[in-house]
Design a protein around this ligand. Structure first.
Ligand code: 5GP
Ligand code: MN
Length: 336
């Protein structure tokens, strides 16, 4: 590990920098990465954001989005940039398997690796770590890193503020999860003062659905919602055929699981979806129920206590059956 003063010395002269974030980036992944990008370019660094995969259209308005390189669409260029980088920032993830093939390239790259993250159980691959599981978003940690570690709060301009506000807003469920502490509200207020147009950001992220997405949501809620009252659990299951029929794109399924959790009395919600290569699970829970434990123990995944994910090599129906078979083990916690 290197110290903050060593890092400050490195950052005092222009560096070649790569910023990367997790597979299928969400608002926090892109907000923290592009917020850090908008800060670093002001210091004369040569910076590239590389995502392992594509990400939802509703994040494409973010400042400097047009400079992002998507690994799956430009592998050679991405690998070259990773190998040439003197610094590699890893935002919003902490195990290299979260970034697919890009992970091994980063593990083997000669540059310093810096983790800025808020997930449990970080893997030991980094040279510098700004990590706190109590942070509501990686974007909150980027803010803290710039303001309190690097003493560079003066460089939080409108672009940085806009990106960081987006990350904090999306990962805190629009400032409603327990992780949205008074400190988070103070940071949000500061970001608004520094140029983040909160009303516009909210509109661009949440009131920007395609017609397909809304009709698909209606289909999921009317036809695909299975409520297991005996376990206070709700499950929405989606087949590959349905995804095709509604022409569902990356990001269109995001947030649907939260509707299942919004039902009175429901403590655990699962969105189980048949992707081309595997079946993916998204879990959400309320209170102390550990959704991440189920993902880690049974579905090769993880995440936060109330928002977690994983995958299965079984087919869709077998995965749903497996998920249901796990519920009795958690019955007392689900009925508490
Ligand atoms: P989502 O359900 O929105 O895909 O993911 C919610 C959270 O669960 C993410 O922020 C991430 O922390 C975690 N997560 C989702 N999928 C995986 C996975 O496959 N592996 C791990 N370790 N965590 C995941
Ligand atoms: Mn996050």
């Amino acid at each position: 590990m290197i110290s903050i003063s060593e890092l400050k010395t490195v950052l005092a002269t222009p560096q070649k920098i790569v910023i990367t974030t997790h597979h299928k980036p969400d608002g926090d992944a892109m907000g923290s990465s592009l917020g850090l990008y908008a800060y670093l370019i002001q210091k004369g660094h040569h910076v590239t954001v590389i995502t392992p995969t594509d990400y939802p259209d509703f994040l494409h308005w973010l400042p400097n989005n047009s400079n992002v390189i998507i690994y799956t669409e430009a592998e050679e260029q991405a690998v070259q940039l990773v190998n040439d980088a003197q610094l590699i920032f890893c935002c919003d993830f902490n195990t290299l398997n979260r970034i697919n093939e890009l992970g091994e390239h980063i593990r083997n790259a000669p540059g310093l690796k810096l983790m800025i993250d808020h997930h449990l159980e970080p893997e030991d691959f980094d040279d510098y770590r700004h990590w706190n599981i109590n942070a509501c978003a990686a974007a909150q940690l980027v803010y803290d890193f710039i303001v309190n570690e690097l003493n560079d709060g003066g460089l939080i301009n409108k672009d940085v503020a806009t990106c960081l506000y987006t990350g904090i807003m999306t990962d805190s469920g629009s400032f409603r999860f327990p992780s949205a502490t008074s400190t988070v509200y103070r940071i949000a207020a500061d970001l608004i003062d520094l140029g983040a147009e909160h009303w516009r950001i909210h509109q661009l992220v949440y009131d920007n659905a395609s017609e397909n997405r809304l009709r698909f949501l209606g289909h999921c809620l009317s036809n695909k919602l299975d409520i297991l009252r005996e376990f206070n659990t709700a499950i929405i299951t989606v087949t590959a055929e349905e995804l095709k029929a509604y022409n569902i794109a990356t990001g269109d399924t995001e947030g649907i699981v939260n509707y299942a959790l919004s039902i009175n009395g429901i403590k655990l919600a699962a969105f189980i979806i048949e992707r081309t290569d595997k079946v993916k699970l998204s879990l959400r829970s309320t209170g102390d129920f550990p959704a991440n434990e189920i993902c880690k123990k049974y579905f090769n995944g993880g995440g936060h206590r109330n928002a977690a994910g994983g995958a299965s090599d079984k087919n869709l129906m077998d995965t749903v059956a497996q998920f249901k078979s796990i519920l009795p083990e958690y019955k007392s916690q689900l009925l508490q």
